[in-house]
Write a protein that binds this ligand. Structure first.
Ligand SMILES: [Mg+2]
Length: 441
């Protein structure tokens, strides 16, 4: 059985942990240079603010509706993310960190009532980090993701689903009839990997709900849409097609992570791995004609090696300006790694995730990296990668991945890794001594 654990409105929730006065108020978090809204509290969503909406379009709501806008504080979000991830990772033998605020857990072989375990996990994350999460269980990753969506909506909009599904929803323990009722009330666009354009095409063909999709002819879906959609339907029917660490059906975020069999203890081997992963995600980034405003790097020990001391940090390193250049991204990633690495630990996993994506050559219109909308939007192809990076990509396509790479990785340290100007940024409460919150009696 799989679970998907996801933080509700991650960036806003991180801000609220340290500024409880923001609870219950409409809050948005703005992208690089305060351009667009990249996170919205439920109250901000209720004001009609859409994902990635430019700030100037909604600015009037500051006066009219008490809207509060904050500059993105990726250093804070990255640190809160790694705290949340390491807590959640203790609950199941295998964890796949899927985005900055989501991870899949594989509960195979775990005893006990999973819904109860899910509620305990949710309460523990809330108590220890202050972050509210939603937990969905299902026999496949696609069902776990859908269960998570139902748990979130039942909590946020009472009336959409039964109240006992709020916060934690376990599709695996329901009867077929109970599931059917839920699926008939769930739009097909809520399914993992079904984006806006495919939803429109499915709707045109009379497929509006998840039930409609499950009744459709598989061969027709494969013919008219794709093998990927066919797999999605099989997963919805309970046949696993995706294991832990398998690529998601739609490439909506750019991340590369791996668990390694033999632990890595020295900085050099971790630097190699992190550099490789960064080269990999940078290539994906250029393929999508996008740039990244920050790089998130994490490493971790295994909670299941009982005699090992535990250390599972993550650091988000902002770029001076958004880039798609492998060299600058590796510089930032390695600098993040050096800052958090401690000798004497058996690290068994590492990952690199690109954050704050935006279409290349555009000041505004960031991609919505972490929403659950699963949208692979067309991206403006206004500027191509530099000739050097284009050549690197072409050679790797022709001769195989890793045919050509960036040498002397360690010399890249510090290249371009500085935060841009962010006027409304909150303090980096958890990572800078000088910005730690002060409690007064
Ligand atoms: Mg989330």
């Amino acid at each position: 059985m799989f679970a998907l654990v996801d933080v509700n409105n991650m960036y806003v929730s991180c801000e609220r942990v340290f500024r409880p006065a923001l609870v219950g108020r409409p809050v948005v978090v703005l992208s690089n240079n305060d351009g667009n809204c990249i996170a919205r509290s439920n109250e901000a969503k209720d004001l009609g603010i859409t994902m990635a909406q430019p700030w100037f379009q909604v600015r009037h709501l500051e006066r009219e509706a008490g809207l509060i806008a904050l500059s993105a504080n990726f250093e804070l979000y990255g640190d809160m993310s790694s705290r949340m991830m390491s807590l959640v990772g203790r609950y199941a033998p295998r964890q796949e960190v899927y985005s900055i605020d989501e991870s899949f857990l594989d509960f195979d072989g775990v005893r006990g009532r999973l819904a109860d375990i899910g509620r305990d996990m949710r309460a523990t994350v809330l108590r220890w980090t202050g972050l509210p999460t939603s937990v969905g269980f299902g026999p496949t990753k696609t069902l776990a993701k859908l269960a998570n969506h139902i748990a979130k909506m039942a909590d946020r909009k009472p009336g959409t689903y039964a109240p006992d599904l709020a916060q934690v929803c376990h599709l695996g323990e329901m009867t077929a009839a109970q599931r059917d009722t839920l699926f008939a009330a769930t739009e097909v666009g809520s399914v993992w990997g079904i984006g806006r354009r495919m939803t429109a095409r499915l709707n045109d063909g009379g497929i509006r709900t998840v039930s409609d999709l499950l009744r459709a002819d598989l061969a027709m879906l494969r013919r008219q849409f794709s093998v990927v959609l066919e797999k999605t339907v099989l997963e919805l029917k309970g046949t696993p097609c995706l294991g832990i660490d398998d690529e998601p059906p739609a490439q909506q975020q750019i991340m590369c992570s791996r668990s390694f069999g033999a632990p890595a203890t020295d900085l050099e081997s971790l630097t190699d791995l992190v550099s490789q992963f960064t080269a990999r995600v940078a290539e994906k980034l250029r393929h999508q004609h996008a740039t990244a405003g920050a790089v998130h790097v994490f490493i971790g020990t295994s909670p299941f090696r009982q005699n090992d001391r535990q250390h599972s940090p993550g650091v988000t390193q902002p770029m001076r300006r958004p880039t798609d250049d492998t060299r600058a991204l590796i510089g930032a990633a390695v600098s993040a790694l050096r800052g958090m690495y401690r000798p004497g630990f058996n690290y068994v996993k590492a990952g690199v995730m690109l954050v704050d994506l935006q279409p290349k050559g555009q000041q505004q219109g960031e991609l919505d990296l972490f929403s659950s909308a699963n949208e692979a939007e067309p991206i403006a192809r206004s500027r191509d990668p530099s000739p050097l990076m284009a050549t690197v990509d072409a050679l790797n396509r022709k001769f195989g991945r890793g045919a050509i790479g960036i040498g002397s990785l360690a010399h890249q340290v510090g290249g371009g890794a500085h935060a841009g100007k962010r006027e409304r940024r909150s303090p980096r409460y958890t990572t800078r001594l000088g910005e730690i919150p002060v409690a007064t009696a």
